[in-house]
Design a protein around this ligand. Structure first.
Ligand code: 5GP
Length: 172
């Protein structure tokens, strides 16, 4: 049994998600944006965030693996499930659960530009900058957190703990 310890409460997270949603609404007003949610970790964040965005949004999902069952990033990106709507000429907001080394999100950003996106913004609820390998501009960031392995609010350890309502640190 792993030990989990609360780092950020559900209430604090939701307050921040509302702020990000308002900021995106202010930035885009009536302009349409395509939200590309990075599965699986950002499914809860995406569901909360899009309900705070008042601009017209289309929502697509993408799954890319970089971690496997380990807690150390492999740095390799494989697209396992691709978006099902065109992004050519669109403004895209890539919605991530957490940016760690930055490799996954920067490669996904490149990929969306290759598909013809006009502009790609990055939005993450958690940012762990200590282990950054690839410099990446985060346009919308929830919380900067220390270099701990975290679970909850959609994030897993071996596919478990995604349903925890708070963000927790896990001792493995
Ligand atoms: P990066 O490519 O930035 O190193 O890694 C991004 C991905 O690694 C995230 O989308 C997430 O799936 C995973 N990841 C990085 N840090 C953590 C963490 O602390 N907890 C969990 N559950 N996943 C993490």
């Amino acid at each position: 049994m792993n030990n989990v310890e609360k780092l950020i409460s559900e209430q604090e997270i939701l307050k921040k998600v509302e702020e990000i949603g308002k900021k995106i609404t202010d930035d885009f007003k009536d302009e349409s944006v395509t939200i590309v949610s990075v599965l699986k970790g950002s499914f809860i964040f995406t569901a909360d965030l899009v309900r705070f965005i008042k601009s017209p949004v289309e929502i697509a999902f993408i799954a890319a693996s970089s971690y496997g069952a380990s807690t150390v990033s492999s740095g390799e990106l494989k697209i396992r499930y691709d978006i099902d709507i065109p992004v050519k000429g669109q403004t895209v907001i890539l919605v991530e659960d957490i940016v760690d080394t930055g490799l996954t999100i920067s490669r996904l950003k490149e990929y969306l530009y290759e598909l013809g996106a006009k502009d790609v913004k990055i939005c993450t609820i958690f940012d762990k900058p200590d282990r950054r390998e690839k410099q990446v501009t985060i346009d919308y960031c929830g919380f900067v957190i220390p270099n701990e392995f975290v679970v909850g609010y959609g994030l897993d350890y071996n596919n478990k703990y995604r349903n925890l309502r708070n963000l927790c640190k896990i001792t493995i």
